[in-house]
Design a protein around this ligand. Structure first.
Ligand SMILES: Nc1ncnc2c1ncn2[C@@H]1O[C@H](COP(=O)(O)OP(=O)(O)OP(=O)(O)O)[C@@H](O)[C@H]1O
Ligand SMILES: [Mg+2]
Length: 337
């Protein structure tokens, strides 16, 4: 059974198409990860599921309810932790949780016990009675998570829950998410950390320009790539001509595919191999043609490779590109002043 189903969602902000026919099915009890570059539409999709935003068209189903009509039914089932943290500065952490408990109409005894449980679980004891204004990013994030979990929602929606956090805070949050997953809570989270999504998710979707461009179990997506990733250098700094000769040589070896020359890394060669035997064949072939092996690294495909295959760029490249465009816009604005 699917806990969330998004069908053909469209949403524009003026001329910006944030969602462009988005389809998504999140199984009940799964931890589902959304990946995608800045501006891909992740937060927009999450806010629509939380009933905070209406799509221009399309269907949203949460726990069998039409979320666009049955807003109350939907809201009471979910906890949402937004990307931007907006926490009252004057209240203490505990006061804020008590207030939040009142908003959820929680019974007094239950509310107190639940708050204690979450303070303990998220390791907030030492600072929860300080004013929120003095909290660090990691403290705010944990408090936010506690707030979203107060009413024990069936569905937890997290928009980049660990962005900018130190290793300890991240570990606390990961631990809790794993526990919740074991307790059948459905979790949908967006993240820029491939490692986080890989470690936690049962299934993922990669979103680009308002659409899902790849989805499935991380391992299946990696297997679909067709092998392990190898990086080869025949010299520390090779040149185009040499790299091209090596490319022609190895592309014909059985079990080698997707051979590309990586100019940015001293004309190294990247490719996929289907088994370890292929590597020994490869070394023999190179030796016969008098090529040395300066360096060879061999790794299981990562989500980064999946992302690269789906979008044609690494997550980092995609973000740098976007950051570049932003800087350019900023410069244009400045020069127009
Ligand atoms: N309130 C808004 N007004 C105008 N444009 C918006 C608004 N919210 C989002 N957008 C635009 O919609 C697109 C999708 O934004 P969204 O925040 O959903 O992306 P995202 O995938 O969450 O990105 P990020 O990884 O940076 O958080 C972007 O081009 C963004 O600029
Ligand atoms: Mg976002």
């Amino acid at each position: 059974m699917f806990f969330i189903q998004l069908k053909n969602l469209y949403k524009s902000y003026g001329s910006i198409k944030a969602l462009n026919g988005l389809n998504l099915k999140v199984p009940k009890g799964a931890l589902y990860g959304l990946l995608g570059p800045n501006g891909a539409g992740k937060s927009t999709a999450l806010r629509i599921i939380c009933t905070l935003l209406d799509p221009d068209s399309g269907d949203v189903e949460v726990a069998g309810h039409n979320a666009l009509i049955e807003e109350k039914e939907t809201r009471r089932r979910l906890g949402y932790v937004a990307q931007e943290v907006a926490i009252d500065k004057i209240l203490t952490g505990r006061e804020l949780l008590l207030l939040q408990g009142d908003l959820y109409h929680l019974n007094k005894n239950y509310k107190k016990a639940r708050i204690e449980e979450l303070i303990e679980r998220l390791e907030m004891n030492e600072w929860i009675d300080r004013r929120c204004g003095s909290f660090s990013g990691g403290m705010k994030r944990r408090l936010d998570l506690a707030s979203g979990l107060l009413h024990e929602p069936e569905l937890l929606i997290l928009d980049e829950p660990t962005v900018g956090l130190d290793i300890e805070s991240r570990a606390v949050i990961w631990g809790l998410l794993k526990e919740l997953k074991n307790n059948e809570t459905t979790i949908l989270l967006s993240s820029h950390y491939l490692e986080e999504v890989d470690e936690l998710s049962d299934e993922i979707a990669i979103i680009d320009k308002g659409k899902v461009i790849a989805s499935g179990k991380p391992d299946d997506l990696k297997k679909k790539l067709g092998g392990d990733r190898v990086t080869l250098r025949v010299r520390e700094f090779s040149d185009e001509l040499e790299a091209e000769s090596v490319r022609k040589l190895i592309k014909n070896i059985n079990g080698v595919s997707n051979v590309v020359v990586n100019k940015k890394q001293g004309y190294s060669l990247n490719f996929l191999v289907q088994s370890n035997d292929v590597i020994s064949n490869l070394s023999e072939c190179l030796a016969k043609e008098n090529f040395d092996v300066f360096a060879l690294s061999h790794s299981r495909p990562s989500l980064d490779d999946v992302y690269l295959q789906a979008t044609g760029k690494t997550l980092m490249d995609a973000e740098l590109e976007l950051a570049g465009k932003r800087d350019l816009k900023l410069e244009n604005k400045k020069s127009m002043r």
